[in-house]
Design a protein around this ligand. Structure first.
Ligand code: NAP
Length: 325
């Protein structure tokens, strides 16, 4: 169960959060593990977990950790050989694993993936949108949509919508892996699609990650009571192939301060294994505590605006992904 910190523990946790570096590096989980008296996540035998981006970094680590807790893992990625490598390692430990290949920059592949999953699964207990990348150059997918947006937002929206019938009982969870990078950007729908001339990878990434959090809140508000629980989580800063490739200087500078992949996915794994209906829907998590979606005044909006932004985003997503829903 999600445990609320109180007294000095709460004060220290908030101070750590305000420091950003302390919070996002491996200092964060090291301190908070003690402050919150973390217990290991509970085994959840037979829970069916679909995770995207399972071929590398955080997704691969989460697949291992959840399989070790007894979950049946459905591994989604774009490279079959890399996925099979992860699947073989999990099967050698006795886990039940399904592999599904889809490039999430192609919306028709995301729709086909939903058809295949619907054909072979009778339920999904946890859907984890983890796939992601910070792309230094502007790239268009087959539907002429910018890839950062397709992978982080459009394809997850297709999966969340199309797989809803498989998530109809026992209050399953939809968990989105966002990023602390989103704290730097406000949500502005008309600035979500960046033109090639104005494209900067870190900005496109931060805006897409901000939009994931806005969507998480909006979907939680719209979901009828007793149905799916929505969570956004960010991993802090963890050493993964993605970080080494896209942010080599950051990787070198922070080096030993970066979280291990296991520290990066600890809260994702813990959220995935909470009982049905937990935690409260629509929140953003880091290190087992809900966090404010705002660090900077320029990004903060009122509750009313937040609701309006969420509605605006869903209307736009419905329009853009309509052929694939
Ligand atoms: N590491 C961090 O410090 C950090 C911080 C904040 C947020 N995150 C988020 O955590 C998630 C995992 O990142 P990571 O650090 O583990 O990076 P990573 O090692 O590069 O893993 C990213 C995963 O996403 C997959 N992927 C990327 N583009 C895809 C596409 N078009 N279709 C299907 N799959 C695709 C990759 O597949 P391939 O193996 O084929 O490349 C890989 O499995 C991302 O959403 C990232 O934004 C990470």
């Amino acid at each position: 169960m999600a445990r609320t910190l109180s007294g000095i523990s709460r004060y220290l946790d908030v101070a750590l959060e305000a420091s950003v570096i302390g919070s996002f590096t491996r200092v964060g989980p090291a301190a908070r593990r003690r402050l919150g008296h973390w217990k290991p996540p509970s085994p959840t035998p037979g829970r069916v977990v679909v995770i995207t981006g399972a071929s590398s970094g955080l997704g691969k680590q989460a697949a291992h950790d959840l399989a070790d807790l007894g979950c049946t893992m459905v591994l989604v990625g774009r490279d079959n050989a890399r996925l099979e490598e992860v699947a073989t390692a999990l099967r050698s430990k006795g886990s039940s694993v399904i592999v599904e290949c889809a490039d999430l920059s192609d919306l028709s592949q995301s729709a086909d993936l939903c058809d295949r999953l619907s054909g072979q699964l009778d339920r999904i207990d946890v859907l984890i949108h983890n796939a992601g990348a910070l792309l230094q150059t502007y790239q268009l997918g087959p539907q002429s949509r910018e890839v950062t947006l397709s992978v982080h937002l459009l394809s997850p929206y297709i999966l969340t919508s199309r797989l809803a019938p498989l998530m109809a009982s026992d209050q399953p969870k939809v968990i989105t892996m966002t990023s602390g990078g989103m704290y730097t950007e406000p949500f502005v729908l008309k600035r979500l699609e960046i033109t090639p001339e104005k494209y900067r990878g870190s900005v496109a990434y931060a805006r897409a990650k901000r939009a994931q959090v806005v969507l998480n809140q909006a979907l939680a508000r719209r979901e009828p009571m007793g149905q799916r629980t929505f969570c956004a989580v960010h991993p802090g800063w963890a050493k993964t192939p993605g970080v080494s490739e896209s942010l080599p200087t950051f990787d070198k500078l922070l080096g030993p301060l970066l979280r291990t992949p296991q520290e990066g996915v600890e809260t994702l794994v813990w959220l995935s294994t909470l009982p049905e209906g937990e935690p409260e829907s629509g929140l953003l998590w880091l290190d087992r505590q809900p966090r404010s979606p705002y660090h900077l005044p320029k990004t903060k909006v009122s509750d009313e605006t937040q609701v309006a932004e969420g509605n605006e985003l869903i209307s736009w997503l419905d329009e853009v992904t309509a052929p694939f829903l």
